[in-house]
Ligand binder design. Structure first.
Ligand code: FE2
Ligand code: FE2
Length: 249
């Protein structure tokens, strides 16, 4: 297993591990993002069983014990399964997540008390980097779901939004909406809900220049347009559900 490291925006690194056995023959990537600052922040811990591997990969960028913040999208093994392993190697690190995530899972799960982030709260990690937490309940899944936005680079840390298969480039200017719709058809990973399109559209208001995608290539370009297209697709799907239910009834 190999982890590829690429800088996708100024001071933001993508650590990407490709697992060919998931959804073969395309395979699937697991990506973590390191935001460099005086207080380095990592978004996603990676799977617990991948920890030794991911620790080695991170150490190619910074000494892992320098990590200060560990954040993630929602409570799942790939998002935060290795939380306590990271807390053990980084004595000054603290988990950070939204109120729902902390009260439901993280207060109990994390070996040290997490920082509870309000919707819209910013962690100033120094060297001009400011990382904002944004609640996105049930989008794409998990009532604790949230994303982060690094203000200086305009980078949206999307979590599972825009999930796609395959081992594409680290950064693309191509289409990330079509491949994510294909992955949705295959995995059905989203909690389709009436607010989903509105939630995604609210992220478009940030006009991100880079989309840091957990499973798939990162995207450079008009992030708002991509988010609007994704929101429209989920509006269509959410609206389609009652009709299907009615037919079934
Ligand atoms: Fe997930
Ligand atoms: Fe994920």
């Amino acid at each position: 297993m190999e982890t590829r490291i690429d800088q996708i925006a100024d001071g933001i690194y993508r650590l990407s591990t490709f697992v060919p056995d998931i959804a073969p023959p395309a395979g699937f990537t697991f990506n973590q993002f390191l935001v460099l600052g005086d207080e380095p922040l990592m978004f996603h811990t990676g799977l617990r069983k991948m920890f030794p591997h991911n620790r080695e990969a991170l150490s190619r960028i910074i000494p892992p014990e320098q990590l200060r913040w560990i954040a993630y999208g929602h409570f799942e093994a790939d998002e935060c399964g290795a939380m306590n392993e990271w807390l053990a190697v980084a004595p000054n690190a603290q988990a950070a997540h939204g109120q729902t995530g902390c009260l439901v899972s993280l207060n109990d799960f994390a070996d040290r008390a997490p920082r509870i982030l309000a919707d819209g709260e910013v962690i100033d990690i120094g060297r001009g980097k400011r990382v904002r937490f944004i609640d996105t309940p049930h989008t794409p899944h998990g009532w604790d779901a949230g994303v982060m936005y690094e203000e200086s680079t305009g980078t949206l840390l999307c979590g599972d939004l825009f999930t796609q298969l395959g081992d594409g480039p680290a950064l693309t200017e191509g289409d990330v909406v079509g491949p994510s719709i294909a992955a949705e058809d295959l995995f059905k990973y989203s909690s389709l809900n009436p607010a989903m399109g509105t939630t995604i559209r609210s992220l478009a208001a940030l006009s991100p220049r880079t989309l840091a995608i957990m499973h798939g290539p990162s995207f450079s370009g008009d992030g708002a347009a991509a988010l609007h297209a994704l929101a429209d697709e989920y509006d269509r799907r959410a609206c389609a559900q009652p009709a299907v239910a009615a037919e079934a009834a």
